[in-house]
Design a protein around this ligand. Structure first.
Ligand code: MG
Length: 201
């Protein structure tokens, strides 16, 4: 399986990153070794500025490429919560030099994933989600604020990269990204329900 991540998909997050609003989806990938299903996350030693990015995640249930937007809904059946961990200091250096982001984004365990629900149980254009750090709310998002919808993202990505069953799409983070430290306890909520718990060690 592969992990596809959408960048700058919420206007307020693009603003806090001082990035322009994209005119088409921005995506990058993480390898399967980035996926973390356990509750313990070990802070990597190559960064002094590890950031949390809470994101709604689509689970692909049908293989496809060149998927038309109007049929994209058939290609994912579940939605969950994940974190796109980012070594912000490393990423800043990559950006400065015009280099790829993998060192900052694709490292081992950089994609914690929580539980999923069937997408039919949700109102797709109005999904509330939240990240709390040590019990304090840090990121509050709603899929209504997506620049590019789930269907648009699937259609766009599949023009370049074939999707396979089990692939995950991290759909972008809302504003409020911030630093994570050893000892922090992260908890992600979808429609008020706890979906993801992480202890930073
Ligand atoms: Mg992200």
């Amino acid at each position: 399986m592969k992990i596809i991540c959408i960048g700058r998909n919420y206007a307020e997050h693009a603003k806090e990153m001082k990035a322009d609003l994209p005119t088409e989806p921005v995506f990058f990938m993480k390898p399967d070794t980035a996926l973390l299903k356990e509750n313990d996350f070990y802070h990597p030693d190559f960064t002094k500025d590890l950031h949390h990015e809470i994101e709604l995640v689509l689970k692909i249930c049908k293989a496809g490429k060149h998927i038309e937007e109007e049929f994209a809904g058939k290609y994912y059946d579940e939605i969950g919560l994940g974190i796109d961990f980012t070594a912000r200091d490393v990423q800043a250096k990559c950006k400065e030099k015009g280099l790829p982001w993998e060192k900052a984004k694709a490292f081992d365990s950089s994609a914690p994933i929580g539980k999923f629900v069937k997408k039919d149980t949700l109102q797709l254009n109005n999904i509330k989600f939240e990240l709390k750090v040590n019990g304090e709310s840090r990121q509050l998002g709603n899929s209504s604020d997506l620049i590019f919808s789930f269907d648009k993202v699937i259609s766009y990505v599949s023009k370049f990269v074939s999707l396979k069953v089990g692939d995950l799409i991290y759909t972008g983070t809302p504003e409020g990204v911030g630093q994570v430290k050893i000892g922090d306890k992260l908890e992600g909520f979808l429609e008020g329900e706890s979906f993801l718990k992480l202890n930073v060690k």
